[in-house]
Design a protein around this ligand. Sequence first.
Ligand code: AN7
Length: 352
Amino acid sequence: MKKIGTIERYQEFLPKIREDFIISLNEGNTPLILAESLPKIINKKNLKLYYKFEGLNPTGSFKDRGMTLAISKAFENGAKAVICASTGNTSASAAAYSSRCGLRCYVLIPEGKIAKGKLLQAYRYGAKVIMVKGNFDQALQIAKELSKNEGIELVNSINPYRIEGQKTASYEIIDDLGEAPDYHVLPVGNAGNITAYWRGYKEYNSIGKSKKLPKMLGFQAEGSAPLVKNKIIDKPETIATAIRIGNPASWNGAITARNESGGLIDSVSDLEITYAYKFLAEKEGIFAEPASAASVAGVIKLANNGYFKEESIIVMTLTGSGLKDPDFALSFDDKIEVVDANYNSVKSILKG
Ligand code: AN7
């Protein structure tokens, strides 16, 4: 059977892995979905907007693109165990790929600050879940030290194979559009993904697959915006727990992507993120997690400020699935009706 995951699809652009050691769940190849309602609410006819919906990866986030490489390499190198710190999605992905090849997987997560779906994933895929009474940045520091001292492979995005795999999303976008977009918009947490996308765009451009390079637009949550404030945030806060990060590991990568592309890194408030999250589900039919909605919140903010002047194609990455965070999804006022099991009780609820 033909394999169709990240590694096989873009073999020639990625580090080599011997075929017997490729651990894949057919990740990648996610849809680029045209925005129907967004152009209307921002009232911009000059913009063509697309969502790159990474929530449709095997574990429900973009992390799978790089995890397939990181785990395959660890497996090929004879590692017995892997470790990561995570706001949730990395741990879900690491746990899934590890389970496929019998690697022991340790995940360090900030206690009480990860979406329930992600916790369940890591747990059910069989990882050893360790809750740390602290934030992601503290957990990452511990994971790094354990990796160094105990000979356990680190599969956070400091692991170079992670970024290599994640850059394939840019290839797919160019393969789909036949050209790079004018702007690429991403939520930014640990800043691995914006680093990876920029690398992917530059590489495809250098071999003639695109004529232009996009401006990279990154959005952090206001209470967790170290790159915007240009300082480490000791106590990051946001409802978008995936990007609740105060000291991004790929800090320099994000700044380089911004500067080289002529883009920007800005922040959006939890209120703006929540609006975009609801908008995506209720007006576009796309259920993405809160952190993903930061991309859309960012576009709305910039559009309202008159940032996009020319005819432009904009791609927004929606990094993870809305199913990951049931508690947030159910935290709104619009209530679910419970009625008696008869025709009239149900009919009385209908609005016509
Ligand atoms: C849905 O899982 O850092 O800027 O430990 O899960 O590359 O970190 C997740 C990050 C955006 C930010 N959207 O990406 C983790 C973790 C979602 C995410 C980001 C994350 P980076």
